[in-house]
Design a protein around this ligand. Sequence first.
Ligand code: HEC
Length: 318
Amino acid sequence: MIAHVEHILIYIFLNVKSLLQNFAENGMAVEEAGGDMIELTKKMCRRGGFAAFAALISLAIGSTASHAQTPDAEKEIERYREMISDPMSNPGFLAVDRGQVLWSEKRGAKNVSLETCDLGLGAGKLEGAYAKMPRYFADSDKVMEIEQRLLWCMEKIQGLDTKDVIARRFSAPGRDSDMEDLVAFIANKSTGFKIEPQTSHPKEAELTAIGEGMFYRRAGVMDFACATCHGEPGKRIRLQGLPDFSKPGKQAQETMGSWPTYRVSQSALRTMQHRLWDCFRQQRWPAPDYASDGITALVMFLNKQAAGGEITVPSIKR
Ligand code: HEC
C-alpha cells in the first residue's frame, strides 16, 4: 500500500515538474532533479506529509536550473526506471483495456466493429501482427504502419468518418485518443514477439530505403538530421540518453521494442507517431502529417535496425 502511495506521489510530482519545465525557454527535456527528488518525495511520503508536496514544487523550480549531472543522479534515475517498470503500476495498461473495448465496439455508418480488420496475418488476427508492421497490404496497394492501417479499416470496414479520430490522435487532459488506446491494445498482443521487419515486397524495400535517406537528410533552420542526435553511441541531451540508430543492434532493439509507452511526464500513452512528431519538433523541422508515408518510411528504417528485438509493451518511460 505504502509503495503505491509513493508511486502516485511520484507521478503527481513528475507531472507538476514537467508543467513547470514547459516555462523554461528551451522546450527540451530537463531532467536533472529526477533522482534526488524521488528520494525526497519518498521520505516525505513516509512521514505522512502530503503538505510537504508544496515544498517540493518550489524545490523543483530551483533545482532544474542548478542541479549538476552526477553518476549518483543517474543511478537514482535507473532505480526509478526499475521501480516504475512494474506492469501492475503502469497506467499504460488502462489504455490497453480501453483499446480492447474500442476494437469490438460497433461504430461508423456500417455499425460494425474492427474485429475483421486485417493487420497482415488475416482478418482479426492480432497475436504477433504488430511485430511485422509496417508491411505491404495488397488491398490498399500500400505499405502501412499500425495507425495508417487502423484508419484504413475504420473507413473501409466501419464506414467511420475519421476526422474526429484524427483530431484526437494524441490524447491530452480530458481528451482520450482512440488511436493511442487501440495501438496499446494491438501492440500488447505482440509482447514476447521479435521485431520482424518486412522487406520482401518491392514497396517495402523501397520505403525502407527512403526511411534511411530521411534519417541522414539534414535540413531545416538548424540543418539537423535524425542522425545529428541519433547517429553515434553515447550521446545525450542533459540526462536523456539518445539511442544510436546508425547501427543495427541492442540500442535500436530496446528502443523499438518498447513503443508504445506510457510517458509519466505527459500522463499519457504515446505511440511512435507521437515520438517522431516530437523529434521533428526537436529537429526544428515542420510538423509531419499524421500517419503520413514519411513517418512510415522512418519506422521501416528504425525497425530494420531493431530486427530481432523483443517487444514488451506498453512500457513505461519518464
Ligand atoms: C535535436 C536532437 C534530436 C533530433 C534531431 C532527433 N531526436 Fe529523436 N530524440 C531526441 C531526444 C532528446 C529524445 C528523448 C526525448 C524524451 O525522452 O523526452 C529522442 C527520442 C527518440 C526516440 C525514442 C527513444 C526511446 O528511448 O524510446 C526515437 C525512436 C527517436 N528519437 C527517433 C528520431 C528520429 C527518427 C529522428 C529524425 C526524424 C529524430 N529522433 C531526431 C532528440 C532528437
